[in-house]
Design a protein around this ligand. Sequence first.
Ligand SMILES: O=C(O)CCC(=O)C(=O)O
Length: 431
Amino acid sequence: MRTRLVDIATELFARRGIDGVSIAEIAVAAGASKANVMHHFGSKDGLYAACLDVIDAHLHAAVDAAIERGDLQSALEAWAAEYRDDVRLMAYGLLRLPERDGRWALSGPVTRMVDLLGGEDAITTVVDLLGVVTYREMAHGMKIERTVVVGDNSYANADHAKKYRSTAGSQESIDPELEARCMADLERDGYTIIENVFDAEVLAQIKAECEPLFEHPGRNAFEGYRTRRLYSPLDDTRVLDQIAEHPIALALLDQLFEPNYLLSQLQVIDIAPGEAAQAIHVDDSFYPCPRPRPPLGAATIVAIDEFTPDNGATRVIPGSHTWGERYPTDEETAAAIPAVMPAGSMLFFLGTTWHSGGENRSDAPRMAVTAQYCAPWCRPQESFLLSVSRERVASSSEHLQRLLGYSIHPPFMGFVHGMHPRRLLEGVTAG
Ligand SMILES: O=C(O)CCC(=O)C(=O)O
């Protein structure tokens, strides 16, 4: 029974963290009584510590195998494939694992890995290796698994929207080879570039409609003192709808997130000559979930002007989406790659990928439009329900309505007066 309890507890802790699971739930799942759990482990902390001991033993075995084979990466990969819940639990608690007897619970195997590698960068290498392996296992299929809840949860998992079903996945289909190539890029590098998505006529129209709407330059170094930003332009122009709901973006988002993912923000960014490089950052860092983990958001940046190495092209650090909780070093930041692409192309990247606007050393501005999206259960950065008029939404496509929040994350997140929010658009005169 002890082993069964540890196995089941590891699985539940891995999915919900120590604070998200009760002793009673573990007991029910294992077919034991609460008293039985207490008898073996004394407390929830005691049970958690027993789970860590088992992970520690599995990791020790993986390190031993690595010493024998002289190949840390494949030993770690084998460990990750065999013990998926260990990996998940480690990812959950990597930064929060309690110290026991004055030492970090997993310090043994990690120290041995560091010794094995040797050299000054050994710790960084081990953390990155753990990050890559952990990320791969967690992001299996690139979607976060729905939380496993003990007992009958059919109501909570069902989609109760009857009249207004999600339109996710119903957009014009895209070339399956393109989609597969982009997904492979995203999994490996954290970003992908799709060239020549919009033609010159559309780009000219975007410029003509957005130019008069800019009001003021950035208010801080992050926005860029020489960068003009146009926030929430949806009420003032329809020319950006085609970017926010582009079939390529939606096809990739369909792969990454559950239906009813949301638009998180839409911005036009015009970087003037002389602007310094923006601070390197990730876009989903405001969701306080420890990394490595699958992304909670993703973004497109469409080049309205050609992106060159000199004019402020977005810089990205390939592979940084798999990192744990760390900042890029100065060397890594300096080595970030400018997303050089012709005007009309689209850079698509994960919310976990380190990136920034580049320095504009040219003599012309660099205009781009960025649309950011988030998982359907995350709070979007901009409250489009407040910033875009109902009349405007009523005359938008169903995709845009869904993206702006007129949608439900099953069973009922996003309801209004207990009803689907799209009912609010019934009878509204299109604006
Ligand atoms: O303008 C760019 O290329 C990137 C901008 C960006 O990442 C941001 O403002 O968050």
